[in-house]
Design a protein around this ligand. Structure first.
Ligand code: SAH
Length: 349
């Protein structure tokens, strides 16, 4: 029989208060239930031992604390990067990744099943779009790894979240924002917005909206090219956006938040990696407070592009450095476990 209970992690604290009121429970129960779900990370209402048995039963009948289940896992022994294929209540699957770094534990979350943007470099984009995730389905990806880390000795917690998994977060704006609210809630997982990075293909109007919300998350934009023509080769849909508008929105975001915007730039041999491209990138960025993240291409079967050589990457970076644009080359963790961008799910089909 299909599970018709709703996903607990889709509830806001106001929703929970209203639900408990309907069940006739006093208002202080909301704080207790929230604590169990977000601080103690229990996966079963029966473990909420300070609640009366009938309330536990009523909640168990209506909600589930385990709406996603791990169906397949791969860990890269060298880096500890752990990639999880999670199954949702309707049988769809998404990927979430845990990266164990010296400065903390980062979870990479998905926001859609598939993605409509069709970026040529991305395995998710090649697979097409299935549906948006709910806020609960986004939150449970972090809860999933939080439970895992909490059960280790010594117990650890998720310190950072990056919205860099499957899907385009700004196309699923409401649930993405609701998830950010819940992840950063100080009485819950308490992941500061400054430790949450949202990566987008770059939708200028949505970036302007995001600049208004009370969560100062870090913004990363998949730029990948310094001019519209080259950008359209790599991002056929997102590349239709005017670069002038996109950069203006990024500028506003950076200035209103007092933050640098990260520009992601996948180096593709002979496509966007020449010193001229680097110089155009410098002038496109201009005085915008930015950080450039040069990313070597993760091999994707359907993709015709090739990664740039290390020498080319070094020369590209040198142009940026001479112009004092902070820049890092991110060597992908987890390539050995196909932890890049829709690759585990792709393999399942
Ligand atoms: N939709 C969002 C977030 C998902 S992808 C976005 O476009 O930003 C996260 C980052 O991985 C993006 O910068 C994306 O362009 C990049 N990416 C996708 N496929 C890749 C690949 N095969 N190799 C390296 N980076 C890739």
């Amino acid at each position: 029989m299909p599970d018709i209970r709703s996903d607990f992690y889709s509830l806001s604290s106001e929703d929970l208060a209203a639900a408990l009121q309907e069940l006739g429970a006093p208002s202080y129960r909301a704080r207790q239930v929230w604590d169990w779900a977000y601080r103690h990370l229990v996966a079963d209402f029966e473990q909420m031992t300070n609640l009366p048995a009938d309330l536990r039963r009523a909640l168990s009948g209506r909600y589930t604390l385990a709406a996603t289940a791990g169906v397949r896992e791969e860990t890269d022994p060298a880096s500890g990067t752990r990639k999880e294929l999670l199954q949702l209540s309707d049988g769809e699957t998404i990927e979430a990744v845990l990266m164990q770094e010296p400065h903390g534990r980062t979870v990479c979350v998905s926001t859609q099943v598939g993605c409509p943007m069709q970026c040529t470099i991305c395995a998710t984009g090649q697979g097409g779009f299935r549906r948006h995730l709910t806020s609960g389905e986004i939150v449970t990806q972090v809860v999933y790894f939080s439970r895992l880390l909490a059960s280790q000795t010594p117990a650890e917690r998720v310190s950072n979240v990056v919205f860099m998994g499957m899907g385009e977060p700004l196309l699923n704006y409401g649930p993405t924002l609701a998830a950010i609210a819940r992840l950063s809630d100080p009485s819950g997982l308490d992941i500061s917005p400054s430790r949450i990075t949202l990566s987008t293909v770059g939708l200028p109007e949505r970036i302007l909206d995001l600049a208004q919300v009370p969560y100062a998350v870090r913004l990363a934009v998949s730029l990948h090219a310094p001019d519209e023509e080259t950008r359209r080769r790599i991002l056929p849909i997102a590349g239709k956006t005017s670069l002038r508008e996109l950069m203006a929105a990024c500028n506003l975001y950076a200035r209103s938040r007092g933050q640098r915007v990260t520009f992601e730039y996948v180096l593709l041999a002979g496509v966007n990696d020449s010193p001229q491209h680097a110089r155009r990138l410098v002038s496109l960025i201009g005085s915008l407070p930015a950080h450039v993240n040069l990313i070597p291409l993760n091999p994707v079967e359907e993709c015709d592009f090739r990664p740039s050589s290390r020498e080319t990457a070094r020369d590209f970076r040198a142009v940026l450095s001479r112009s004092r644009i902070p820049c890092t080359v991110r060597y992908s963790r987890g390539v050995s476990i196909r932890a890049g961008c829709g690759q585990l799910r792709g393999q399942e089909r």
